[in-house]
Design a protein around this ligand. Sequence first.
Ligand SMILES: Cc1cc2nc3c(=O)[nH]c(=O)nc-3n(C[C@H](O)[C@H](O)[C@H](O)COP(=O)(O)O)c2cc1C
Length: 203
Amino acid sequence: MEAVKVAVIYYSATGTVHSLAVAAADGAEKAGATVRLRKVRESAPETAVAANPAWEQHARDTLDVVEATLDDVAWADVVLFGTPTRYGTPAAQLNAFIDTTGPLWQQGQLADKVYTAFSASGTAHGGQESTILALSNVFYHWGGIIVPPGYTDSIQYRSGNPYGTSHVSGEGPPGDLALEAARHQARRAVETATALKLGRAAA
Ligand SMILES: Cc1cc2nc3c(=O)[nH]c(=O)nc-3n(C[C@H](O)[C@H](O)[C@H](O)COP(=O)(O)O)c2cc1C
């Protein structure tokens, strides 16, 4: 069977979600998938980015990360979306990318894929779950197969978010716990997609 294809599509201003995305890509690769790690296009004014040294630094550090296109979504069997929380909802930059998927949706190309999402917030109860659930609304419209991490691995009892890997950026960059949770989430999505692929091939 051809390897499961995974797109990790994310937005990150100051690097937290980027770190989770890299870990998710690693987890997917280790599970045998072919992986594309993609950032969505920055749409904030240059003056806003320049006014925040951490934002500007992260933009410089990730110049080599390829920007997401619709082809990445069409190509993938699994899409993991990552976003910081913005007032309890996904970042505008990721929403802007999602808003360009209309043509794929019309052609039925978004249905039947595996989707899962991860997030970061400044504070512990700052909206990680509502952000991930907001993305799930999109997956429902797409006819996606939502694969949350749940409590399917012991790491989940320690990292603590069954909706999707999350990190409190106000406490510093993601450590081993969050990064391992991201790897587990991606691994589980790949395993589910593998089972679907095998089942569809046999049908
Ligand atoms: C406009 C804006 C809104 C935000 N809203 C929230 C929020 O509602 N709750 C929260 O805990 N953090 C909030 N944050 C903090 C971000 O979620 C946090 O900086 C982010 O998770 C860091 O991720 P990144 O390093 O990948 O950019 C907000 C940040 C910005 C700029």
